[in-house]
Design a protein around this ligand. Structure first.
Ligand SMILES: Nc1ncnc2c1ncn2[C@@H]1O[C@H](COP(=O)(O)OP(=O)(O)OP(=O)(O)O)[C@@H](O)[C@H]1O
Ligand SMILES: [Mg+2]
Length: 498
């Protein structure tokens, strides 16, 4: 059978790095092939070459037996290649429907066909996929997870020979992951070849037929999934043992003062305003499906969003603007790092230091570089030179820059929305350990996460949200992944009463 994807001897260098070194890969039609490797291993670079976004230095790519001669996205699309890229690309001002059909309609049709017809057609596709979204909604108003589903619908709006998914679940939670898995299996059964990148190995075992591991740009392992296990894959990915340590829990002192408080804060869709207090040294987790209000509440607590009603207080005083919050020592790691947290064209060093404590350092380039080198040496960001634009870092390393910024800034409160999205398993445990260290030093930490394991590893207390209301409060020590899932999906008091 002709391979759906066949790349042979592919190499690609960037200044200072050999991103890919003589990589050959074959994917058969009707199979799911997992592409694994730590942050910076070369996964996205290989994807960009397969999808025509980047030209290899050497090597060839064949799609369905036909050579990809012109290395352009249009040429790859003509051969039937579709990609869901690592970073979100919805057009915020267009409707969901227009975004879904963006690649399927001729450009002129988007202007000449009535909005209603576009949206009707897109709605049919969304319904067929089982994606619960309104095609008429404005895409920019959706959460990161919902935008991800819009992009999934766009990627699958037309039949494809090859579908490439670069970390599709990085910002998805329970039900949305179920939708994604169903779509992947539908495509596979229809004969599409899928290349699937993920840092979540359980997804590999649930979906993939074969797995390939890249390390430092080289292909180091290839195996049928049925013939391997979790630990073996981890060893190939990291070439060292990754600690599965149960992180030590320290009891929260009974007299820890309240640092941050939401008073009568109203969330979109909620029936009752919320009161939330966070104490010094506490890790508070906010859990809930997309649209539940966890991200909104976190943004209010971080002072980057003004609540529709009520107020947020830091140390008893009302939290003002975003800049005032940052100056008062409130750090924020947003879910969409590329849009909200990084200056992509600016140096890694500058991006590490745009936090409040680093403000002065920006005017002292020597000090800035020294601090940045320290962060790089500590292994928190994998890069060879802090002077390079942050855009040239791999996705997971960009996330680590945003996180490290607030470690350098010495904040009083740190609010994080999906702190380990796109981060490899090794670095994830480092981030957990660092967050718990911060808490032990008295920092109040608020974490929004769609990863129940993450919540259970970190939280002193968990608030579960649904449709803008608080539906449960759980002691972190008693929280389990299954228990949180049950709470998120149980009927709300309003639903029970109805
Ligand atoms: N445009 C570029 N300029 C310079 N270096 C680049 C560029 N694009 C990628 N790199 C480098 O190539 C290497 C591989 O990056 P790539 O994005 O392929 O990693 P990845 O495996 O997708 O990692 P992640 O899991 O973090 O997404 C990294 O060292 C990265 O910094
Ligand atoms: Mg990547």
């Amino acid at each position: 059978m002709t391979a759906a994807i066949e790349c042979a001897g592919v190499s690609k260098g960037f200044p200072g790095v050999r991103a890919l070194d003589d990589v050959s890969l074959t994917v058969r039609p009707g199979t799911v092939h997992a592409l694994l490797g730590e942050n910076g291993a070369g996964k996205s670079t290989l994807i960009r070459i397969l999808t025509g976004a980047e030209r290899p230095d050497t090597g060839t790519v064949h799609i369905g037996g036909v050579p990809l001669r012109q290395h352009t996205p249009a040429a790859a699309r003509r051969l039937g290649v579709r990609v869901l890229p690592q970073e979100r690309h919805v057009a915020p001002d267009l409707s969901v429907g227009h975004n879904v059909l963006l690649d399927s309609l001729p450009r002129t049709a988007l202007r000449t066909v009535s909005a209603r017809r576009v949206q009707e057609r897109a709605q049919q596709h969304l319904d067929a996929l089982g994606v619960d979204l309104d095609a008429r909604a404005r895409a920019g108003d959706l959460t990161a997870a919902q935008q991800q589903l819009v992009e999934l619908a766009r990627t699958t709006a037309r039949p494809a020979a090859v579908v490439v998914l670069d970390e599709p679940t990085a910002s998805l939670a329970g039900d949305e992951v179920t939708v994604l898995f169903r779509v992947v299996r539908q495509l596979r059964d229809a004969g599409t070849a899928l290349l699937y990148i993920s840092h979540h190995l359980h997804e590999v075992f649930a979906l993939a037929d074969e797995a390939t591991v890249l390390r430092n740009g080289r292909l180091v392992h290839r195996t049928p999934v049925a013939e391997t296990d979790h630990d073996s894959l981890l060893r190939h990915i990291f070439d060292r043992d990754v600690a599965h340590v149960r992180l030590p829990r320290r009891p929260l002192p009974a007299d820890a003062p309240v640092v941050l408080a939401a008073r009568q804060v109203a969330l979109p869709g909620g029936h009752r305003p919320l009161d939330v207090e966070v104490r010094a040294g506490e890790v508070l987790a906010l859990s809930g499906p997309a649209g539940a209000g966890a991200s909104e509440l976190a943004a209010c607590l971080a002072g980057v969003r003004t609540p529709a009603g009520g107020r947020v207080e830091l140390g008893g005083a009302r939290l003002g603007s975003r800049t005032a919050a940052a100056r008062a020592g409130v750090g924020f790691v947003p879910a969409d790092r590329k849009r909200d947290a990084l200056l992509l064209e600016r140096a890694i060093a500058e991006n590490l230091l745009v936090g409040p404590a680093g403000r002065g350092a920006l005017h002292r380039p020597v000090a800035a570089r020294r601090t940045a080198w320290a962060a790089l040496r500590a292994g928190r960001v994998k890069a060879d030179d802090p002077g390079r634009p942050v855009r040239t870092l791999s996705g997971g390393n960009q996330q680590r820059v945003v996180f490290s910024r607030w470690l350098l800034a010495e904040c009083r409160v740190l609010v994080l929305d999906q702190p380990t999205a796109g981060v490899d398993v090794g670095a994830k445990f480092d981030i957990y350990a660092q967050l718990l260290d911060l808490a032990a030093e008295g920092v109040a930490v608020v974490v929004v996460s769609s990863d129940y394991e993450e919540i259970c590893a970190l939280a002193d207390r968990v608030l579960v949200l649904r449709d803008g209301d608080l539906v449960a409060e759980v002691d972190g020590a008693a929280a389990t992944p299954d228990g949180l899932f049950a709470l998120e999906t149980a009927p709300t008091p309003e639903e029970t009463a109805a």
